[in-house]
Design a protein around this ligand. Structure first.
Ligand SMILES: Cc1cc2nc3c(=O)[nH]c(=O)nc-3n(C[C@H](O)[C@H](O)[C@H](O)COP(=O)(O)OP(=O)(O)OC[C@H]3O[C@@H](n4cnc5c(N)ncnc54)[C@H](O)[C@@H]3O)c2cc1C
Length: 426
């Protein structure tokens, strides 16, 4: 591998492949280096990919891509030890105008990578990039176990722990207070049983977010695939250190919740995996360019944890990085000044606009964990009190419900929380 490329992309996830595909289509010579034995082999997520942003790269992709189910219902579960309160939104419009698809990354990523390959990008798997190559302080390529490769621009799309961005001095380790460790199981069940348990038609799916109950759990998630269920939890690394609990202990507790256990009963464990999510938002986004290098996707910490979006930010940042390289190639200028247009394009796109809108949310929830503990408990207790039928007068019942709520959270605390939520989301 002594050849020089217009661009070397490190990582064949959504960010890297979107970048490689865009540059290859424009006629640039592109090499993608991926450490897994194939794209997706080492990747895990919830999860869903979104129609809108994926379709920009691959029109009507669901007709050929290995998607599992299209999501017709979004569920929000508030758990307490013995109960749950479920808010859900199911809409027939999601059957006519697809919004999101559950996928297995091990199947979807190779399909996505083939698009880039067919457009002319070269993808070499089983190749870990160890370092960036520098000349006169500028990045001019990468060093891998298979040798050095030169390029006008390196795109670091090597995921949440991006060694490349750290080596280029563009970012630090993900700080503990905004790093969420996710553990996930894929549980096999017959297709029909999944459809009965979740009240789904063929090809229809649900995406669920769950909070409360398991101390230390940041949030849980559940997605229905064709004949498997993806289920997992996220734990904040700082809170995990403090709680002295192990993630799999919290996960087991979560799976045994009386409302969750029946949904996965008799299922066969197919896969167990763990992965970090950088949930810091706008204030933690890394520097994204330097002489000869751009950073895209999770490597730059581009994750919208509030809306559970990551792949679409990864794909969009990959495309914007690629367009920046294409423009730089025309100028034959790969300096940081020339590549800085990328940061500006991210700022002008939904990627950084959305993260900026929510810039205070991650810190707020991190400093106020009672949203994930006290409130789910309180909501469940109030729902229980409301539904019990006995001789108690309703006026007394309502008084008791108010007293219970204020015992858990003072009036001032409730007003403060409501005010902060209003400020952050309006
Ligand atoms: C539990 C969980 C649930 C999620 N759910 C969703 C969801 O439902 N929807 C959504 O949109 N997003 C979701 N996300 C976020 C989403 O997965 C990421 O934002 C997205 O995968 C980022 O894409 P990427 O290409 O930047 O990085 P990645 O997908 O992480 O890809 C990075 C690639 O780089 C390779 N690599 C790393 N280091 C090297 C190296 N040194 N040399 C060569 N190759 C290397 C890796 O093997 C990998 O293939 C979830 C994440 C997690 C952890």
């Amino acid at each position: 591998m002594t050849e020089k490329f217009d661009s070397v992309v490190v990582g064949a996830g959504p960010a890297g492949i979107a970048a490689a595909y865009t540059m290859a289509k424009a006629g640039l010579s592109v090499l993608v280096l991926e450490k897994g034995e194939k794209p997706g082999a080492k990747n895990m997520f919830g999860g869903v990919i979104f129609r809108h942003h994926t379709e920009k790269l691959a029109p009507e992709f669901w007709k050929t891509a290995p998607v599992e189910r299209h999501v017709v219902e979004y569920q929000y579960w508030f758990l307490s030890e013995q109960s749950h309160l479920l808010v859900s939104h199911r809409n027939q419009r999601f059957n006519n105008q697809f919004n999101a698809f559950t996928v297995h990354r091990a199947k979807f990523d190779p399909w996505f990578a083939k698009l880039a390959e067919d457009a002319g990008a070269m993808i070499i798997n089983r190749t870990t990039v160890d370092d960036v190559m520098k000349e006169d302080g500028k990045i001019v390529g990468v060093r891998s176990e298979r040798g050095d490769v030169k390029a006008d621009v390196v795109i670091a799309a090597d995921g949440v722990n991006s060694m490349l961005a750290k080596q280029a001095g563009l970012r630090e380790e993900t700080p503990e207070d905004v790093a969420v460790l996710a553990v996930k199981e894929v549980i096999a069940l017959p297709k029909q049983r999944i459809e009965e348990r979740f009240n789904l038609g063929s090809d229809e799916g649900i995406a669920a977010l769950l909070v409360g109950f398991a101390p230390g759990m940041h949030a849980g998630f559940m997605y229905t695939n064709r004949d498997t269920i993806s289920i997992g939890i996220g734990v904040n690394i700082r809170d995990l250190d403090k709680s002295k609990r192990r993630p799999n202990e919290i996960f087991e507790q979560f799976k045994h919740h009386p409302s969750i256990a029946p949904l996965i009963k008799d299922g066969e464990l197919k896969e167990y995996s763990a992965h970090l999510i950088p949930e810091g938002g706008y204030d933690y986004v890394s520097n994204v360019c330097t002489d000869g290098m751009l950073v895209a996707g999770d490597a730059a910490m581009l994750v919208n944890a509030i809306n559970w979006e990551g792949t679409n930010l990864a794909m969009t940042s990959g495309v914007l990085a690629a367009e920046t390289v294409i423009a730089a190639k025309k100028r034959n200028d790969f300096s940081s000044n020339s590549l800085f247009a990328y940061r500006q394009q991210l700022e002008d796109s939904f990627v950084l606009k959305d993260l900026k809108k929510y810039r205070n949310v991650p810190k707020f929830f991190s400093a106020n964990p009672h949203f994930f503990t006290q409130y789910p408990e309180a909501i469940n207790e109030l729902a229980y009190m409301w539904h019990v039928v006995d001789d108690e007068l309703k006026a007394d019942r309502i008084r008791r419900m108010k007293a219970d709520l204020f015992k858990r959270r003072s009036r001032l605390g409730l007003v403060r929380d409501a005010y902060h939520l209003w400020r952050m989301f309006s």
